[in-house]
Design a binder for this molecule. Structure first.
Ligand SMILES: C[S@@+](CC[C@H](N)C(=O)[O-])C[C@H]1O[C@@H](n2cnc3c(N)ncnc32)[C@H](O)[C@@H]1O
Length: 266
C-alpha cells in the first residue's frame, strides 16, 4: 500500500470515530444538547451514540449558513456563476448543507467525502442529490476537465500541510480550463487537537493554514486567484477562528500558461 492510501485509510478511521467535524460551539451545533442526547441513551453501545450524535449535529448544522452572511454571499455568487455552466462538486461535503445551498440556487452540484458515515448522512438529509465517497487527493472516479466548478469549504482542514499541493493539483485536474473553485479554510499555523468532542475521544487533527501559503499553493497548481478575503469569526455561531476565502479561483488554461512562461523567458 502506498503512503497516500495508508494515510487515507487512517484518516477515514479517525473521521469515523468522530461524531462530526469542526463546528464545535456553533449556535446550531449546541454540543451540550448533543451530550444530553447521548446521556439519555447511555445504555446503547458507543457506536450508536456516535451515529446519533452525527445525525443530531448534522440536523443542527443544516441551517448553520443562516448565521454566516459572508459565506452566503460568496456561495450566492458562486451559484450564479455555476447556474447552467455544468457539473459542480463539493469536495469534503460533510453532511452536505453547503452543496444543498448551492443546489437550491440552481447549480448542478454533487458532493464527495472521504468519510462513508458523512456520505450516508448527506444522502439521508438531502434526498434527490448525489453524494459519493471519494478522496480529494485522488478523485479517481472524476475525469480530467469534467467539472465547471468545485467548492472546498473547510475540506482541507484534515489534510496534512504537505498534502495541499496534491489536493489543489487534483482540483485543477478535474476542473475544465476557466472552471471556478471556491476555497474556504481556517487561518493560522496551528494544528488543533481537541482530544474529545462531546465526551467522545477523538484523535483527529484540525489543520489551520496561513493564507499566503494557500494562495501560493493554488497558483503553483495552475490557478489564478481573484480575491482573497479574511474575516473574524462570527461570535456564537462557529468555532472562534479567523476564516479565509479564495474566490473566484480560476483554473488556468495549460496552453496559455505555457505561452506566458515562454514570453516571460523571452
Ligand atoms: C470540516 S468538514 C467540512 C464539511 C462541509 N464542507 C462544510 O463546510 O460544512 C471537513 C470534511 O472533509 C472531509 N474530508 C477530510 N479529508 C478528506 C479527503 N481527503 N477527501 C474528501 N473529504 C475529506 C471530512 O470527512 C469532513 O466531512
Amino acid at each position: 500500500m502506498n503512503r497516500l492510501s495508508t494515510r487515507r485509510d487512517e484518516t477515514i478511521r479517525l473521521l469515523d470515530q468522530t461524531p462530526t467535524d469542526l463546528f464545535k460551539g456553533s449556535r446550531h451545533g449546541d454540543p451540550n444538547g448533543i451530550l444530553r442526547l447521548l446521556g439519555q441513551r447511555s445504555a446503547q453501545p458507543r457506536q450508536e451514540h456516535v451515529r446519533q450524535a452525527r445525525h443530531a449535529y448534522a440536523s443542527h448544522l443544516a441551517d448553520e449558513l443562516a448565521g454566516k452572511p459572508l459565506d452566503r454571499q460568496l456561495l450566492d455568487r458562486f451559484a450564479d456563476q455555476m447556474r447552467g455552466a455544468g457539473p459542480v462538486c463539493e469536495l469534503g461535503c460533510g453532511p452536505g448543507h453547503v452543496a444543498r445551498y448551492v443546489h437550491e440556487r440552481g447549480a448542478d452540484v454533487s458532493g464527495v467525502d472521504l468519510s462513508p458515515a458523512m456520505v450516508e448522512e448527506a444522502r439521508r438529509l438531502h434526498a434527490g442529490m448525489t453524494f459519493s465517497e471519494g478522496d480529494m487527493l485522488d478523485l479517481d472516479e472524476v475525469d480530467d476537465g469534467s467539472l465547471a466548478g468545485v467548492v472546498s469549504f473547510y475540506s482541507i482542514v484534515h489534510l496534512p500541510a504537505d498534502s495541499l499541493p496534491t489536493a489543489f493539483r487534483e482540483m485543477r485536474r478535474v476542473l475544465r480550463p476557466g472552471g471556478v473553485a471556491l476555497v474556504a479554510f481556517h487561518v493560522g499555523d496551528e494544528i488543533v487537537r481537541p482530544g474529545e468532542l462531546w465526551g467522545i475521544p477523538v484523535t483527529l487533527d484540525w489543520v489551520f493554514f496561513r493564507t499566503a501559503d494557500v494562495v501560493r499553493s493554488l497558483v503553483a497548481s495552475d490557478f489564478r486567484v481573484g480575491e482573497v478575503i479574511e474575516r473574524a469569526p462570527y461570535e456564537g455561531v462557529e468555532h472562534p477562528s479567523r476564516r479565509a476565502y479564495c474566490s473566484p479561483v480560476l483554473a488556468r488554461n495549460h496552453v496559455l500558461r505555457r505561452l506566458d512562461h515562454f514570453f516571460a523567458r523571452a
